[in-house]
Each structure stands twice: as C-alpha cells, then as structure tokens.
Design a protein around this ligand. Structure first.
Ligand code: AHG
Ligand code: MN
Ligand code: MN
Length: 331
C-alpha cells in the first residue's frame, strides 16, 4: 500500500493539482504540528498535571480548563513565526492575536477552537481542535475583529483533529475531505481516507436531550418522530448518541452518517456553538462530504457574521435529515 504522509499529500496538492498555494501548505503543516503537540499533552493527562481547571474564565464567561489554555498557547506559538499568517483568533481570546512585529506577515487569517469538548478532558473522553482559514482582506495590515467577519463560504481551508483512541486530522480545501491518522512512532500524520462521503441513509441522531423542555416546536416535532421509531411516522427505529465533544460526534457522522443538533432554544436563544470557529469549519467539511449544515432556517456558511464570538443554532450532518429539520422550521 502506498503510504502518503500529510506532508506528501500537501506537496502533491500544491504541485500536481495546483489546488493550494505554498503558504497555505505551510499553514496546514504548522497547524498539524501544533495538533500533534496538543495530542501528546492531552495523552499525558494527570502525569503532566494538565487536567482540571485553570482557575480563569474566557471571554464567553466559561471556566477555562488548563488544557484549553495550554492548547491555545501551543497554537499561537507554532503559528506566529512562519510568515504565513496576518493574525489569529481563538475561542480563548477576546481580541484577535496580532503577529509580533519581529516576524513577517502572511495573507491568511486563522481561527480556532483550541480544545473542543473540554468538559470531557477530566473524564478521559475524546476531545479535539477545530480550525478555519480565511484570507486577510486586501490592504489590511493589522487585522482587527472586522477583518475576520467573513461568511463561511469564504473559507479557503478548514479542519479538525480528534484526540481519541487514535489521533485524527480531518481536512478540506474545498475539494473533498481527507482524513489522516497520527503515526506516533513516525511522528507524522498518514492519509487513511480520501473523498469522505457521509452516508445518506441514517438512523442516528445527536442532541442534548436535557434541553428538551426549552426546544422550539420544529425541533420537538423532529425528535418526537425519530423517538417514536418503527411505530411512528418515520417507520424505523433510530438510535441516539451524544458525546458532548462536537469533534467526536461529527467524526462519527462523517463515518456512518447521522444528524447533530445544537439548536437555538428558549434557554439559549442565540444558540450554544460559536459560528466562526465551530459551526463554519464543520459546515465546510460536512458539505464537502455531501452533507448539509443549517441554523434550522438558513445555510450556516452564508451567514454574515457580526461578532467574532457570536453563537449560532446548528443542525448538521446527513443531507436529507438536515433538510427535513430545516423544512419543519420553514413550514
Ligand atoms: P467547548 O468545549 O469548545 O466549549 O465546546 C463544547 C461544545 C461541543 O463540543 C459540544 O457538542 C457541546 O459543547 C456540548 O454541550 P453540552 O455541555 O450542552 O452537552
Ligand atoms: Mn468547542
Ligand atoms: Mn473549546
């Protein structure tokens, strides 16, 4: 079997397919290196004293875990000096992070959720990193929040890592989705799946059922119908999964189909997940794998962002199921 490392894959994309410029290749290499470092740190767990709370809150008022802070630092340090970025933005930082003046600047903007699913860190369940790449607007040298406020359709690349039984990197440049598995002995990501396609037929849904009493009518209707199973209108039994790490839930959906929902509801009228570094990159990947992503009403990637840390309702996964939920909202 031909063994293709991430490095080789990226060089071939650049050289043979001419689908990515060299700066973008460097950017992805650097992000993947940071993900390796985060993976190693996550794996050490209590041995490296990285579990538990950092004792601080982030901009969204959520308690930061030590690993949220460490992962953010790893990504910032890895990406500062390569000359491929104009600025970075993160779930863990209120304002964009400028590239220090002693380093050259590039033409891309990088956004990330350094550690997704952080409630799972201390209980040894999969967590991950999500990232999105945009182009810096022409003529902008010190990108502020406004430079980042571009719709998801403008993404030039997106990906996520899952730190689970294996460490995986899922990647798109807008020309399909590829998956790489970390070979720890070699220290490199190896291509293990190309042209990922989300199965159309699905009988699995993911939603936090504890929010049921807050849901809007269309979500209630959809869930009532799938829960009714073979004796209900859907005429088949559905199964439920909720890992509470979107990276892990979405990787399952890429592999065997399904629908994931964190909709707006009476408790969180703006939604739970963040548009710029959670919903948009995941929507890009899922659409590239033949799935769909909406807010329940509109296509996620077409939303014009108004704030860096804005939240959004999210319905994502197998196309037909997402379309059904969206139809229930529109009806
Ligand atoms: P983060 O750890 O980056 O704040 O994101 C967690 C997100 C997502 O990964 C997951 O699907 C969801 O929050 C879990 O929400 P509940 O705690 O409501 O289950
Ligand atoms: Mn997250
Ligand atoms: Mn996070």
């Amino acid at each position: 079997m031909r063994r293709v490392s991430l490095t080789r894959y990226l060089i071939e994309q650049q050289r043979d397919k001419q689908s990515i410029p060299s700066d973008l290749r460097l950017l992805i290499e650097v992000v993947s290196r940071a993900c390796k470092a985060i993976s190693n740190t996550v794996a050490k767990g209590a041995l490296a004293d990285v579990l538990g709370s950092a004792g601080s809150d982030n901009v969204q008022g959520e308690a930061q875990k030590k690993l949220d802070v460490i992962s953010n630092e790893i990504l910032l340090e890895a990406n500062e000096w390569g000359g491929h970025l104009a600025a970075m933005a993160s779930e863990e930082m209120e304002q964009p992070h400028q590239i220090p003046h002693r380093f050259p600047k590039g033409e891309y903007l990088l956004l990330f959720d350094p550690l997704d699913g952080s409630s799972n860190i201390d209980v040894n369940v999969s967590v991950g990193t999500i990232f999105s790449v945009l182009r810096c607007p022409d003529g902008v040298t010190e990108p502020d929040e406004k430079a980042f406020l571009q719709p998801g359709t403008k993404q030039v690349a997106a990906g996520f890592a899952v730190y689970g039984p294996s460490t995986l990197l899922v990647l798109t440049f807008g020309d399909g989705v590829a998956v790489f598995t970390l070979d720890r002995e070699q220290g490199s990501f190896v291509l293990t799946q190309e042209n990922v396609q989300i199965p159309e037929e699905t009988a699995e849904f993911a939603i936090n059922m504890s929010n049921q009493r807050h849901w809007e009518a269309p979500v209630r209707r959809y869930i009532d119908e799938v829960v009714a199973g073979a004796t209900g209108p859907r005429k088949k039994d559905f199964n439920m999964r909720w890992i509470a790490s979107m990276v892990a839930d979405l990787y399952r959906i890429l592999t065997r189909g399904g629908i994931f929902m964190y909709p707006v509801d009476a408790k969180r009228p703006g939604g739970r997940l963040r548009l710029m570094y959670e919903a948009n990159p995941m929507a890009f990947i899922v659409e590239q794998a033949g799935g769909a992503a909406t807010t329940g009403r509109k296509r996620v990637m077409e939303l014009q962002p108004e704030e860096l840390h804005q939240r959004v309702g999210l319905v994502i996964g197998s196309k037909k199921e997402v379309e059904r939920v969206t139809r229930y909202h529109v009806e």
